[in-house]
Design a protein around this ligand. Structure first.
Ligand code: MN
Length: 419
């Protein structure tokens, strides 16, 4: 039992109703205040708490210097036991029962309102891997581009399929992107063309961020995997479908994927998500021993995508859930390291597009528009098959159980015209 997860805890910091950030969350992020102060923070309700300043008041057992940074990597390098203890210590400071802390005016000097700060890229991403672990998504793509009778390729139920993506273009929520340019081949019988991508898409994903792993040559088992996962964020893995279709043979995704991926700013720890564990679908055929696991390893996280054209309200286009994953994080990490591949603090591994069983839960416009054959209507009456210039894509995610809601907030990205 993790102390900070106690559902009966409350904070002396106000928490608005339906907030993703009760005292049971205690996520980690990096803020920039208007006075230029940058540092590691946590959040309770709408209050962003400067952990370097709290640490200087001697509330934590670890050296406050770890928070005097524009990234979380130093903190992650301390490992799971240290961050678990830190979360318990933060919880104790801001717990309603703590009269000393409540009356300590110096603690209030560590507070900012969320609207007064800018949330920055929270981690220095080392390596980025993208999996393809939602069965319904893989099935839908297989139906569209191959054959409904053979939608899943023969390896899919034996291997958590993935590829190595690009870390340098992972960006924080709020940073706009430009529509990418590239080669496309819209007509099979004509030569390729060059220009701005016409089929720009989001991918609704969740990513996990790792602690330092084992030395090169060692593997992490499904049983050990939880100890190597720091936390999770929402992840919009931008995709240029027309560029992807022409370039992906035979080596897989390249320029259609590496122009940008957007992440939510608060890393919610795996510890905070433990109460929301849920069972997975039975895997058939039986997997190899190194992919077998015990206990509930999926997590019930409600996910939502909305599109907001400029000057109008948003329209929700998908309501999915992380629990639909066929392969869980423990299996992904065990597979990633079974050949001896090492991992480092700050590596990111994304789930792949998460689609549920019906079209209200599809995680990409490719599926929602079924390859551009159907459109969705926006609040201003315009229609979308893919993402238009000046649209803003918003993803949200939260878990809820026994009256406790732990969430990620949002990842928000505006698409600007091609440069
Ligand atoms: Mn992806």
């Amino acid at each position: 039992m993790i102390k900070a997860n106690d559902k009966n805890l409350s904070s002396w910091i106000p928490v608005p109703e339906n907030s993703d950030f009760p005292i049971q969350n205690i996520p980690f992020g990096v803020f920039k205040a208007k006075d230029g102060n940058i540092g590691v923070a946590t959040r309770i309700g709408d209050t962003v708490i400067d952990l370097f300043k709290v640490g200087q008041l001697d509330y934590f057992s670890i050296d406050a210097a770890v928070f005097n940074s524009d990234k979380l990597n130093k903190l992650m390098r301390l490992g799971k036991q240290a961050t678990r203890k830190l979360r318990d210590e933060i919880s104790a400071v801001f717990n309603t029962e703590n009269q000393e802390a409540k009356n300590n005016s110096a603690l209030k000097e560590t507070f900012y309102n969320i609207n007064e700060v800018e949330m920055l890229m929270p981690i220095e991403v080392g390596d980025y891997t993208d999996f393809y672990s939602s069965e319904q998504h893989a099935y839908n793509v297989g139906c569209m581009f191959r054959d409904p009778n053979n939608a899943l390729l023969p390896n899919w139920k034996h291997i958590p399929v993935g590829y190595h993506g690009r870390a340098s273009s992972i960006i924080a929520s709020g940073v706009p992107i430009h529509r990418p340019k590239g080669q496309q081949k819209p007509n099979d019988n004509e030569p390729p063309v060059f220009g701005p991508c016409k089929l720009l898409d989001f991918e609704l994903e969740v990513a996990f961020i790792t602690y330092d792993g084992k030395p090169l040559g060692e593997s992490i088992s499904t049983k050990e995997a939880d100890d190597y996962i720091f936390g999770m964020c929402l992840f919009n893995d931008w995709s240029a479908r027309d560029i992807q279709k022409w370039e992906y043979v035979p080596l897989g995704p390249f320029l259609a994927k590496n122009f940008a991926s957007s992440m939510s700013p608060w890393i919610v720890t795996l510890d905070a998500l433990e109460p929301f564990r849920t069972e997975s679908t039975v895997q058939d055929p039986e997997v190899f021993d190194y992919l077998k696991f015990e206990g509930n390893k999926n997590i019930d996280i409600n996910l939502q995508v909305a599109i907001q054209p400029e000057g109008t309200d948003e329209a929700v286009v998908s309501n999915s859930n992380y629990k639909y994953m066929y392969w869980n994080m423990n299996q992904q990490l065990a597979h990633h390291t079974i050949n001896g591949c090492n991992i480092k603090a700050g590596d990111m591994m994304a789930s792949g597009t998460i689609s549920g069983n019906d079209e209200s839960a599809y995680g990409s416009m490719l599926e929602i528009s079924w390859k551009g054959t159907k459109s969705v209507t926006m609040a201003d009456g315009t229609e979308r098959k893919f993402i238009a210039d000046n649209d803003t894509v918003i993803m949200r995610g939260h878990s809820e159980k026994d009256g406790v809601r732990v969430g990620f907030g949002e990842v928000v990205t505006k698409v600007l015209p091609a440069k």
